[in-house]
Design a protein around this ligand. Structure first.
Ligand SMILES: Cc1cc2nc3c(=O)[nH]c(=O)nc-3n(C[C@H](O)[C@H](O)[C@H](O)COP(=O)(O)OP(=O)(O)OC[C@H]3O[C@@H](n4cnc5c(N)ncnc54)[C@H](O)[C@@H]3O)c2cc1C
Ligand SMILES: *[C@@H]1O[C@H](CO)[C@@H](O)[C@H](O)[C@H]1NC(C)=O
Length: 365
């Protein structure tokens, strides 16, 4: 009799969850994969993503880079990012990034992974995980908001910065520590890992069509060069995406003293331009032109996660923003979601053993 297959449940079908599913499908043919996504479909909110070279190597190793280039254009299309001190009427260019950037629309990047999870995995939509139970001698049980349940042998939480999986995991870790009589500050530090924290920053984002920028400011640096306009606690980051059709703009206003607090209120709302224009008054005209063209930006609250002592507990692991959401200054969060999961799935057996001490995870890795 053949061994029953190992069942892996992935919570969240974002870039982290789907790239993990693709990696697992490429690595093993003896697992059953279920993806549970809260949304009605796989989708990405928001605009552009910058891809750094490492992640292109990962896509190459999957044989998916050509699909990516269909959307994003070939390698070498985009230039290195330029840096400008811009919070003065005449800015100063002072350097450039060490590596080339590759701008892609988020939705397009996700499509590449969706295309390769349609066979080999089962996707379940409108399945918002509320909690799980990882009790000895039984499969892991998942409870969803619609009242249904499901089971799996291994649970992977790729459910983003607000992760229900992380929240459950750290609540359970805190409870166990409390029962074991650990000091209350240690128990509290585990509880602090449950919720996201505000990074103190607000980001205003908008895509500007290339021709609109060309008309307003012919030969603008941002048409072809990713550019980082910098000032004290304020930044404007731009890069072309989708073969140069749009210039992706993100203006960040940081209040570093607020790092670690909780932001009450909506995390993403569309706003008018006036607040933004005021923040960037008297900057270099290359920057203010872009700010002016961001006429109805979406205002995002940048949230992150405390440093976590472990990404796995029992038969449950977390990845992507659920595990290590980061601020956007290095444009690397999604890349980390892909690189870390893939490196773990394929190469580094040791890296998982730290957190996932159970035999099940060793079986997988
Ligand atoms: C303004 C901004 C700009 C950024 N720019 C870049 C960039 O240029 N380059 C880069 O690499 N990164 C960038 N990032 C970071 C990047 O967006 C994230 O790191 C990445 O999207 C994380 O992917 P993820 O799959 O882990 O989480 P998410 O994208 O958050 O996906 C989580 C998925 O889980 C689902 N879900 C959530 N809760 C549940 C639940 N309880 N049950 C079931 N499903 C659930 C959600 O619907 C979603 O589909 C940026 C982030 C921001 C905010
Ligand atoms: C989807 O994947 C298949 C191979 O499995 C490939 O032939 C096809 O071109 C891909 N679709 C897109 C839109 O890239």
């Amino acid at each position: 009799m053949s061994n029953p297959k190992l069942t892996v449940a992935i919570i969240g079908g974002g870039i982290g969850g789907l790239s993990f599913a693709v990696a697992l499908l490429k690595a093993r043919n003896d697992v059953v994969i279920d993806i549970y996504e809260a949304g009605e479909t796989f989708s990405e909110l928001g605009a552009g993503l910058n891809l750094w070279p490492r992640v292109l190597e990962v896509l190459h190793s999957f044989g998916l880079e050509d699909e990516l280039y269909k959307y994003a254009g070939p390698p070498g299309l985009y230039k290195k990012m330029k840096f400008m001190k811009a919070d003065q009427p005449e800015g100063i260019y002072w350097g450039e990034a060490p590596a080339n950037m590759h701008g892609i629309h988020r939705a397009d990047f996700l499509k590449v992974f969706v295309n390769h999870t349609t066979t080999g995995c089962t996707s379940h939509f409108s399945k918002k995980l509320l909690s799980y139970e990882d009790a000895a001698g039984r499969p892991v049980t998942l409870k969803f908001a619609d009242g249904t349940t499901a089971t799996c042998d291994l649970l992977v939480g790729a459910d983003g910065v607000k992760s229900a999986v992380r929240s459950n995991m750290y609540s359970q870790i805190a409870d166990e520590m409390e029962k074991a009589g650990r000091p209350s500050d240690v128990v509290q530090s585990m509880k602090n890992c449950m919720k996201p924290i505000w990074a103190g920053s607000i980001i205003y984002r908008q895509l500007i069509p290339r021709e609109v920028l060309e008309k307003a400011f012919p030969d603008h640096v941002a048409l072809d060069n990713p550019t980082f306009f910098q000032g004290k606690s304020k930044f404007l980051i731009t890069y072309p995406i989708s073969k140069g059709r749009w210039v992706n703009c993100a203006a960040i206003v940081a209040r570093h003293d607020q790092y670690g607090s909780t932001y009450e209120g909506s995390w993403a709302v569309r706003v008018t331009n006036d607040v933004l224009a005021e923040e960037y008054a008297n900057w270099d005209p290359a920057a203010t032109t872009l700010i002016h063209l961001m006429d109805s930006p979406i205002r995002w609250v940048m949230n992150t996660v405390e440093y976590l002592p472990t990404y796995a507990s029992g038969r449950v692991a977390i990845l992507g923003d659920a595990a290590h959401a980061m601020t956007t200054y290095q444009a690397a969060g999604a890349m980390q979601a892909v690189e870390v999961t893939v490196t773990r799935t394929f190469r580094s057996r040791k890296s998982l053993t730290e957190g996932a001490r159970t035999a099940s995870f060793s079986r997988l890795c």
